[in-house]
Ligand binder design. Structure first.
Ligand code: HPA
Length: 235
């Protein structure tokens, strides 16, 4: 057991799919996992371990923001021997070059967050994802005939802000979109010598205020979930 995860040793698979939202994790388990076992329920962040097409995987939520995913991904890597975490989530597009429902595979995440610096002494403000995991997702996307966009993401600590301008760090690193977690996940993976990737669905386009509606959300994220699940078969 770790501080925030109550699973016993051996109950978590070597690969973890990590949506932000606990209910999305439960949805994936109910629709795609066989023989799923609930292995942790601390703070209602349920983790389930089961099988997808014979591949043992764990699915559990990260919560929102770098501090939250920083805790869960650290405990999974450091105390449960997890080798690979794939975050799946949503992002807001900074540009109309991206459209609602587009799949976006993150190359690297930049942030104003002090997480990497204060946790690990990593001074870089941009941290790459793991190329082998990106390649598995790219290969699987081709197999599934899905188009995916790639590029850098801005992992912001802020959802609501006064100034609507795109933050300078996002412009400096040519970020096409914003979310709130990938930077801390990649920092932990880099520090601990493990693998991580982030696959996102565009849920809003910031310049036009276009948004996926509440009733579209149920099905909007299925292509991303199915791509992430199938990618685990190559990892
Ligand atoms: N900002 C931050 N995170 C997000 C957004 C956003 O606009 N949309 C989806 N995740």
């Amino acid at each position: 057991m770790s501080v925030h995860i109550s699973a016993q040793e051996g109950e978590i698979a070597d690969i973890v799919l990590m949506p932000g939202d606990p209910l999305r994790a439960k949805y994936m388990v109910d629709h795609y996992l066989k023989d799923a076992v609930l292995v942790s329920q601390t703070r209602n962040i349920y983790f389930y371990t089961g099988h997808y097409q014979g591949r043992r995987i764990t699915i559990g939520a990260s919560g929102m923001g770098c501090p939250s995913i920083g805790i869960y991904s650290y405990e999974l890597f450091a105390f449960y021997g997890v080798q690979t975490i794939i975050r799946i989530g949503t992002c807001g597009a900074y540009t109309t070059d991206l459209n609602l429902f587009d799949l976006f595979l993150v190359d690297a995440a930049c942030s104003e967050s002090t997480y990497a610096q204060y946790a690990w002494g990593l001074s870089a403000d941009i941290i790459p994802s793991t190329s082998s995991v990106r390649e598995a997702i790219q290969t699987t996307a081709k197999k599934q005939a899905k188009t995916i966009r790639t590029g850098n993401i801005h992992s912001s600590d802020i959802f609501y802000r006064k100034d609507p301008a795109i933050p300078a760090i996002a412009t400096a690193h040519q970020c096409l979109a914003v979310e709130m977690e990938a930077f801390a996940l990649f920092a932990n993976a880099q520090e601990l010598g493990r693998s991580a990737a982030t696959l996102l669905t565009v849920s809003d386009v910031i310049p036009t205020h276009a948004k996926i509606s509440a009733d579209q959300r149920e099905t909007a994220l299925l292509p991303m979930m199915e791509l992430a699940l199938e990618s685990t078969l190559l990892l």
